[in-house]
Design a protein around this ligand. Sequence first.
Ligand code: NAP
Ligand code: HSE
Length: 428
Amino acid sequence: MKNNKMQVALLGLGTVGTGVYKVLKRQKNEMVQKLGVEIELAKILVRNVEKAKEKVEDPSIITTNWKEILEDDTIDIIVEVMGGIEPARTYILEALRKGKNIVTANKDLIAVDGRILMDTAKENQRDFLYEAAVAGGIPIISPLKQSLYANCIEEVIGIVNGTTNFILTKMAEENMEFEDALKLATELGYAEADPTADIEGLDAARKVAILASIAFNSRVTFQDVYIEGITHITARDIRYAREMGCEIKLLGVARNREEGIEVSVHPMLIDSRHPLASVNDSFNAVFIRGDAVGDAMFYGRGAGELPTASAIVGDIFNVAQNIIMNCTGRIHCTCYKSLPIRKMDDIVSRFFMRMYVDDRPGVLASVTSVFGNNNVSIEQFIQKRKSGDLAELVVITEDVLEHDFNDSLRILKTMSMIKEISSVIRVY
Ligand code: NAP
Ligand code: HSE
């Protein structure tokens, strides 16, 4: 504190940093009323000073020197919105050891190194808050860690990537193919120049690892998550899913089973009556099932300048209150268990499968016997259409062990009567 003002430093002034700057400015007077002290943005760390100068009223607060912030004892709260692993990791650890409190949106870092960051915060009795790291503006970390703490959480399912949800919505509603929908997402600024982390499911996997760790009180890291993206989904898959009363969504799925934690990110057919099925465009939602609360869903903007800043400034507020009440470090890591992560092969799923086969007698019988011989029970088998000498088949399985289904798939791929296996998508 300096002159009864809570001093905050911002690391990064990109999309989120600029949002934080704007919201802090907009909330300045309100905050004095709410907290009893002023929150002052004392320093902003960037690499490119010229670019940053255009965004702030007082350019003297911009610096490229981390030590200037670290060594300033009047700064109590550091907001890390640079992103990436290094130097963010080193800066956060150094700051915590110096007695500073941290607010961050850095899911990449938390999903890999959450344990050391939170342990260091605890050792130093400092706050480490990261509401913005999952689903941007939607309050989900704090509800899971606090409001729902009385529950054993059985399942967390989320649409936690706005770019892919936008793409899938456009494919469904405007019958676009993946590449065209991605192009539109890029033109509208949803997808980044390199969209790999979004479309390959990596961004969602980081978020679901963080959610699973909190929900099940056991550390789950990015490396534990089974990941499939949406690049193989076609407009035809979505059309057929809709004919069956389903939507296709990229879901992060985490379940707490007796045998261990199941954690994955992949596209799924989901019944159109499920609340997640109507989450469209770039919106995010997280659906939770707890043993006391039952079902609960959190919905809103999962990214963007102001929604993300909303979560960050909320965290700054909480830290400031804790500093005033002299109780920082109160909410720390809740991973007091060490549960195993289940192998994907051992879990049970339902599958939708689309394939092209020779259009002649006996083919259906051969396909079903491969499934039957591998313990895969079929719920629906539909011949969709004929095209020349080929027939298009759609199969929906009952709940089956993933390794049984994969064994069938391996055999089907070797059969000359099967010309193409066009899609394999799990069903929620
Ligand atoms: P961004 O637009 O790329 O901004 C990053 C900022 O950090 C830039 O101002 C950059 O400065 C600065 N920076 C990067 N490395 C630095 C370094 N080594 N030293 C000093 N400054 C450095 O990123 P963003 O979209 O705001 O995202 C920031 C964080 O929020 C990430 O962890 C991201 O995952 C997370 N997040 C973002 C969103 C979203 O909607 N964008 C939503 C939720 C969470 P220069 O420009 O000078 O290089
Ligand atoms: N790229 C992410 C999304 C936003 O599309 O949801 C940042 O987490």
